[in-house]
Design a protein around this ligand. Structure first.
Ligand code: C2E
Ligand code: MG
Ligand code: MG
Length: 910
């Protein structure tokens, strides 16, 4: 049968047993006496004992090992008794006879005590220690002795003395009370042992224990009554037996929790259990004393048992005493061990605290030091005892104390709150240490009761940080502030400025000639020069002014609150002079100059950025103006520069992408009106701004040097185009082309090579090419220019002076340079028609004739101008009157048309 089935059966069986018990008891109480009671008692006891025995055996199947043995023994004990009771019932209630003594019933009854004892002793209740086991045994013996004493006085003795005839009868008579004593003893003993129960028991000990006690007490009562001849079946004594078996039955039917078995029971202390042997001894002694008083003589047996009990008591006391001593010693030993352990751990902790790089300090909320770790000696140079009792604020310099006070107050506000701060503490030697302090609130911790400060010396770290910061703000070569710090200083100056008109100025300085020093003498000489320049600058400014190096050969000076008037200009001039003084770099003596730009903080510069940019612009101007000067910023510089910078970058791109086109303006023979030549004029096809005229970009191209690639390009285009036109329109006097060249191109010596290469490439005859240049080229009177021009002239290329008359008044160059053409400037031509001075044009024309130089009139816009010029002998004209500059295709058309008109007549051109 599965345990679950058994359990369900048991669940029904318990109420059934209780109902049966209740009915039986009620019957017994109602019937009171007589044969009916006797029968009810006999049958009831037989049934209940049989049920209890079977239930116990059934229960045994649920368990294994010692637990099963317990239930089997208990079942057998009860079944034996029930068998005895059945025999008794047979005699008394079935056969209606007196039960003989001894009979088979006694055999059954007497089977209970040994099996019950075996069951109780098989419970796994061994004490953990030998002493414990001995003590339990002694206690058991004391209980047994006491019970024996009581039983002897009350039951055994009278039975013994009743003097039954034969030995068997006598033995059986005595076996009953002895069996009861054994059962009671064993129950008590088990109760004592259960103090040590190591695991959950397979039974409810109170149910079985009380059941057996009830049985044994009733049994003893029965023996006593029988001996006294007072017993009849169905008396109150029977209730005790019945109760005993009901309890055992209930115990066997008690639900058994498989899971719970083997679990550790809750620790139970049973003070009553400890007192039980003494209680038993007391009862026994009192009983024996009462007996002595009653009979006024002492039984020998009683004396012996008493003596034995006393002995047991003494042994038990001795054992307890020695056990206590042992325990005390053991305890002392353990306390000692624990103390040593604690001490060791405290020492370990102290060592840790002392040797840690942290200084551990405990202060009360007022800041008074209550504990100071040894490490303070190493870190801050104080002895701990010097600090304990003193205020922690004494370590702080005055200016740092409030911050520390604030931190302590903040930390103290909440239990376990942690606050970290960096502050300074005075070292024992007097110097200041930078410390990082972590404050932990352990005010509520009973062992600490304070604020714990973990302080770490971070002086080195902070110093390194400062060094790194310094590095980020200073120029490592000269030790001067760098751009970042300089800007910061300007900002500070701005924030300090209380009145709006207090003056702040920035100077920008750039060395002229530094690159040459670097290139020729090497970088170390360059560095030396920069250091020397820095020193001179520092010497020349006032102590409050800031000198900075921005990198390379750029320096800046911040002037604050300087005297009104021309202070900046004077200072700039002094700087120019100072720098102009020669520098001795080792064996070399070098000369450099300083270009200085000055900008004030005013309505044009409200921020550091703006004033720096303005000073830079001014410096740029100073540099452009020539070495060793200074320029103060003017607002126009900014607008011009922005435009210029944009144009410059655009132009660079335009050169790369060849965004240029050539327009051609015809040059007309004043005599015939034919196109004899063309002037190539550069146009820039700007992607956003459209077609741009040369006046808007040629100056920039000149200053940046871009004019050279541009000049080469237009020269090639013009020559190739002209050669093409010549081929298309053959004529005895082929078309000429004029190309403008800038001074920069001419100053570069390779122009003749370029021209000859282009001529060769295009197949154009040299005399068909005219190079136009302005007078300024010739005013320099440079030898190289003369050489270049001579070479070109010798090649056969014609040279023209463009915009003639607008330059120098001295025309001496006309004799020195090989000039072929004079192009009279448009301003003179204009005068011919607007009532101005006309004599000048005649003079120029005459001069040309006398020097055998061709004259070309530029900018002829009106017919009368053309007529007047022709009358005065001007050979060639150019201007809107004839045609504006046009694209190559259009000019090609014009040439084609002219060729078509000219050719049939075969008119000879001029
Ligand atoms: P330029 O060499 O004196 O060229 C004549 C300028 O006068 C041209 O201006 C032309 O368009 C303009 N012009 C011609 N006839 C008249 C007229 O009847 N009335 C008026 N008001 N103007 C007239 P553009 O093309 O703007 O060229 C200006 C200057 O740019 C040129 O003066 C020349 O010095 C320079 N230039 C042009 N192309 C180049 C070039 O390829 N290289 C160099 N270095 N300079 C160039
Ligand atoms: Mg020209
Ligand atoms: Mg011109």
């Amino acid at each position: 049968m599965a345990p679950a089935d058994l359990l369900s059966q048991h669940r029904l069986a318990r109420p059934a047993a209780l109902v049966f018990a209740a009915l039986w008891t009620a019957g017994m109480l109602l019937l009171r006496a007589g044969e009916a009671t006797q029968a009810l008692s006999n049958f009831g006891l037989s049934v209940i004992a049989l049920a209890a025995g079977l239930a116990a055996l059934d229960r045994a199947r649920l368990h294994g090992g010692a637990d099963r043995r317990f239930w089997v023994f208990l079942g057998l004990a009860v079944l034996f008794w029930s068998a005895g009771q059945m025999v008794w019932t047979c005699y008394e209630s079935v056969l209606g006879r007196e039960v003989p003594f001894p009979s088979a019933a006694d055999g059954g009854y007497l089977g209970l005590p040994p099996f019950a004892a075996a069951a109780m002793l098989s419970l796994p209740l061994a004490a953990p220690t030998v002493a414990g086991r001995v003590r339990t045994l002694l206690d058991g013996l004391m209980v047994a002795g006491s019970l024996l004493l009581c039983s002897w006085i009350l039951v055994l003795g009278p039975v013994f003395r009743s003097g039954a005839e034969d030995v068997l009868t006598r033995t059986i008579s005595l076996a009953y009370p002895i069996g009861d004593v054994v059962v009671i003893t064993i129950v008590c003993y088990t109760w004592l042992r259960s103090r040590h129960a190591k695991r959950r028991l397979p039974v409810s000990l109170p149910l079985v224990g009380i059941g057996l006690l009830a049985f044994a007490v009733s049994d003893s009562g029965f023996t006593f009554l029988t001996t006294s001849g007072l017993y009849t079946s169905g008396s109150a004594i029977d209730l005790g037996w019945f109760l005993g078996f009901v309890l055992i039955l209930l115990a066997a039917l008690q639900p058994y929790d498989d899971q719970g078995a083997g679990q550790q029971p809750e620790e139970v202390t049973r003070p009553l259990g400890n007192l039980l042997p003494y209680a038993a001894v007391t009862v026994a002694l009192l009983t024996s004393a009462a007996e002595v008083l009653r009979t006024s003589h002492a039984d020998v047996f009683v004396s012996w048992i008493r003596t034995a009990i006393m002995l047991l008591l003494v042994v038990r006391q001795v054992l307890t005493l020695s056990e206590n001593q042992f325990l005390t010693r053991n305890l002392e030993h353990r306390v000692q061990e624990r103390t040593i352990e604690l001490q060791a751990s405290r020492q370990r902790f102290a060592a840790l605290v002392q040797h840690s790089s942290d200084v551990v300090t405990v202060v009360d909320p007022a800041g008074t030091v209550t504990y100071q770790s040894r490490s303070v000696e190493r870190v801050l140079g104080y002895r701990p005892e010097d600090l304990v009792g003193r205020s922690i604020y004494e370590l702080s310099p005055d200016e740092e104390a409030p911050a520390l006070r604030g931190a302590l107050t903040h930390a103290a506000a909440e239990h376990l709150r942690i606050h970290t701060l960096q502050t300074s503490w005075r070292h024992g030697s007097g110097r200041l240490c930078r410390v990082e302090v972590t404050i932990t609130n352990l005010l509520d911790n009973p062992d600490v009761q304070g604020l714990v400060l973990n302080a770490r010396d971070v002086t080195d770290r902070v110093r390194l940080e400062e060094q790194l910061t310094e590095q980020a703000f200073t120029d490592s070569l000269t030790g001067l502030p760098n751009r970042a710090l300089f800007k910061d200083r300007i900002q500070h100056a701005l924030s300090r400025r209380t009145t709006g008109d207090a003056t702040i100025a920035v100077m920008f300085m750039d060395l002229d000639g530094f690159k040459a020093v670097n290139d020729t003498l090497g970088h170390s000489a360059g560095d030396e020069l920069l250091v020397e320049v820095a020193a001179r600058l520092r010497a020349v400014v006032r102590p409050g002014d800031t000198v900075a190096r921005f990198g390379g050969d750029e320096f800046a000076i911040l002037l604050e609150e300087f005297p009104t008037g021309a202070y900046e200009s004077e200072l700039a001039s002094r700087i120019n002079d100072f720098i102009r003084e020669p520098f001795d770099l080792g064996a070399e003596r070098v000369h450099v100059a300083a270009s200085v730009g000055i900008a004030r903080m005013d309505e044009h510069a409200r921020t550091a950025e703006q004033v720096l940019r303005n000073a830079d612009l001014a410096m740029y101007q100073a540099k452009a103006a020539g070495s060793g000067g200074y320029v103060a910023f003017r607002p126009e510089m900014h607008a011009g520069l922005v435009e210029r910078v944009r144009l410059e970058s655009d132009l660079r791109r335009a050169v790369e992408r060849e965004e240029f086109v050539v327009h051609y303006q015809p040059m007309i023979s004043m005599r015939t009106g034919d196109i004899t030549g063309v002037e190539a004029l550069l146009r820039w096809q700007h992607p956003e701004r459209g077609l741009i005229g040369p006046n808007d970009f040629v100056p920039v191209a000149e200053s940046t040097g871009l004019i050279r690639p541009m000049g080469e390009w237009i020269l090639r285009q013009a020559c190739l185009q002209t050669a093409r036109w010549q081929a298309e329109n053959p004529s005895p006097t082929p078309l000429r082309v004029s190309v403008n060249v800038s001074p920069r191109q001419l100053h570069h010596g390779d122009l003749p090579e370029l021209v000859s290469a282009v001529l060769q490439e295009s197949g154009l005859a040299p005399d068909r090419l005219t190079l136009e240049m302005t007078e300024s080229v010739l005013i320099d009177n440079r030898e190289e220019t003369l050489e270049t021009l001579t070479t070109l002239h010798d090649m056969g290329v014609r040279l023209a002076i463009d915009d003639f008359g607008t330059g120098y008044s001295s025309l001496s160059y006309l004799h020195r340079f090989p000039v072929d053409v004079l192009k009279i400037d448009r301003s003179f031509v204009e005068r011919l028609s607007n009532g101005g001075d006309t004599a000048l044009v005649s003079t120029i024309l005459r001069l040309g004739q006398s020097l055998h130089i061709e004259t070309v009139a530029e900018g002829i816009e009106r017919p009368q101008e053309m007529l007047m010029l022709r009358r005065q002998g001007c050979t060639t004209g150019q201007g809107f009157h004839f045609s504006p500059p046009v694209a190559a295709v259009d000019l090609g058309e014009m040439l084609h048309e002219q060729h078509r008109v000219d050719a049939p007549d075969e008119r000879a051109p001029a």
